[in-house]
Design a protein around this ligand. Structure first.
Ligand SMILES: [Cu+2]
Length: 101
């Protein structure tokens, strides 16, 4: 009987810890990641041009272009900018962009 009680206590303790872990993503909600497909990436300079165009958008935290995959992975604050603005920045820099499905 005591063993069963201990098991119940351990299970209860494990269950109680779950809400504490669930709080973590909430603190990271200010950052959102989107992957854009980017066309016309022909040389190494293109990579930096696109990355710089994205980083100049207010609210962008990081931008990483993958030449081989023709994509840009962008981390941004959704409260300060949006996917439309990211696409606009890349397109204005001379590279057609779209959200990767
Ligand atoms: Cu280039």
């Amino acid at each position: 009987m005591l063993r069963h009680l201990l098991t119940i206590l351990i299970l209860t303790a494990a269950f109680i810890e779950i809400p504490a872990q669930a709080v973590v993503p909430e603190t990271q909600q200010s950052a959102q990641t989107v992957t854009l497909t980017v066309g016309n990436l022909t040389c190494a300079m293109c990579k930096y041009t696109v990355e710089n165009a994205l980083k100049q958008v207010e609210g962008v935290q990081s931008a990483q272009v993958d030449m081989e995959k023709s994509i840009a992975v962008v981390v941004f604050d959704p409260a300060r900018t949006g996917v439309e603005k990211l696409i606009e920045a890349v397109t204005n820099a001379g590279y057609p962009a779209a959200v990767k499905q």
